[in-house]
Design a protein around this ligand. Structure first.
Ligand code: UTP
Length: 288
C-alpha cells in the first residue's frame, strides 16, 4: 500500500459569502483567535504525518505564500528583543524548507477544477485533500483518524458527520452500507432536494483520494452551480474502487460562513486558559 505523504489545500476560491472581509484578504487567512484558519488545517495535516503541502492558489493570494515563508525582519527583531517564545512558535509552525509547493488555478472554476490543478505536483500516489476553510476541533485531528482507516483498508476515505435531516439539502450527502463509525459508502449526492437525502450524513471537507481521481476530474462536466464538482468524480471513483466513510470525532466549524467563523472564535477562545475567564465574563455580559 502506498503511504499518504502529500496534502492538497485548495485556496483559490473567491469567498463571496464573506465579503467585504475577503475583498483583499483570502478567507483562509482570517484569524480564529490568533492563528489563520489555514494554519489550523496545516497543523492537522502535519499531525497526521503529511510531509508535502500543495496549495492551489489564485490571484491576490500571495499573502498565503508569505505566511509559509520565513519573515526574516520579523524574526531578527524578535531575537534582538529577546522575545523567544513567539519566535519559537513562528519557527515551529513553518513546514520544512522544500516541503511546500504552490500552483495556480487561473480561474475559480470550482473545487473539482482546483484539485485537478494539483495533478502534476501530486503525481501517481494517494493524497489527502483538506478544505482549508473548515476547521474541526478535536484533541486528535480528523486527518489522523482518517489515516487509521486508510492504513487498515487501503481505500479512498471520506469524512462524514451527522446533521439534522432538514439541513441535508445544503450539503453533499452519502448513502452507506454498514453501521458503526467506519462503513462502505454506496452513493453520494450534492445538495439533495428536501426529503430525498439518502441519509443525514454529510461530507465534511476531508478526503483521502487515489490519483485516479485526476483522470476522472479531467472528464467531469460542469455540475451544480456551473462549477466542476469533486463529488461527481468521487462518485465514479467509488463505483470503480470503493470508498470508506468515517464518522469522525470532533466539532466542525465552517469558517467560510460568517456564523461558523464567529462560533469558531468563541469555541477556540473559550478553550484558551489565558483568554477563557475574561471572554466568559464578556459573553455573559452581552447575553444580559
Ligand atoms: P467554497 O465552496 O467555500 O467556495 O470552497 P468559495 O468560492 O471559496 O466561497 P464562497 O462560496 O464564494 O463564499 C471550498 C474551498 O475550495 C476552494 C476555496 O478557496 C475553499 O478553500 N476553492 C473553491 C478553490 O480553490 N477554487 C474554486 O474554484 C472554488
Amino acid at each position: 500500500m502506498q503511504p499518504v505523504r502529500k496534502a492538497v489545500l485548495p485556496v483559490a476560491g473567491l469567498g463571496t459569502r464573506f465579503l467585504p472581509a475577503t475583498k483583499v484578504m483570502p478567507k483562509e487567512m482570517l484569524t480564529v483567535v490568533d492563528k489563520p484558519v489555514l494554519q489550523y488545517v496545516v497543523d492537522e495535516a502535519r499531525e497526521a504525518g503529511i510531509e508535502q503541502f500543495i496549495f492551489v492558489i489564485g490571484r491576490g493570494k500571495q499573502v498565503i505564500e508569505d505566511h509559509f515563508d520565513i519573515s526574516f525582519e520579523l524574526e531578527s527583531m524578535l531575537a534582538e528583543r529577546g522575545k523567544t517564545k513567539p519566535l519559537e512558535e513562528l519557527r515551529a509552525q513553518l513546514p520544512e524548507a522544500g516541503n511546500v509547493s504552490f500552483t495556480r488555478q487561473q480561474s475559480p472554476l470550482g473545487l473539482g477544477h482546483a484539485v485537478w490543478c494539483a495533478r502534476e505536483l501530486v503525481g501517481n500516489e494517494p493524497f489527502a485533500l483538506l478544505l482549508p476553510d473548515v476547521i474541526i476541533k478535536n484533541k486528535r485531528g480528523v486527518m489522523a483518524q482518517m489515516m487509521d482507516v486508510y492504513n487498515e483498508h487501503g481505500s479512498n476515505v471520506i469524512a462524514v458527520e451527522e446533521v439534522a435531516p432538514e439541513r441535508t439539502d445544503q450539503y453533499g450527502v452519502v448513502e452507506i452500507n454498514g453501521s458503526g463509525d467506519v462503513f462502505d459508502v454506496t452513493g453520494m449526492v450534492e445538495k439533495p432536494k428536501a426529503g430525498t437525502a439518502p441519509s443525514n450524513l454529510i461530507i465534511t471537507g476531508r478526503y483521502i483520494l487515489k490519483p485516479r481521481i485526476f483522470d476522472l476530474l479531467a472528464n467531469t462536466e460542469k455540475g451544480a452551480g456551473g462549477e466542476i464538482q469533486v463529488t461527481d468524480a468521487m462518485l465514479t471513483l467509488m463505483k470503480e474502487d470503493g470508498f470508506k466513510g468515517l464518522k469522525f470525532q470532533g466539532t466542525t466549524y465552517d469558517c467560510g460562513s460568517k456564523i461558523g467563523f464567529l462560533a469558531a472564535n468563541l469555541a477556540f477562545g473559550l478553550d484558551r486558559p489565558d483568554l477563557a475567564p475574561e471572554l466568559t465574563e464578556i459573553a455573559k455580559g452581552l447575553m444580559g
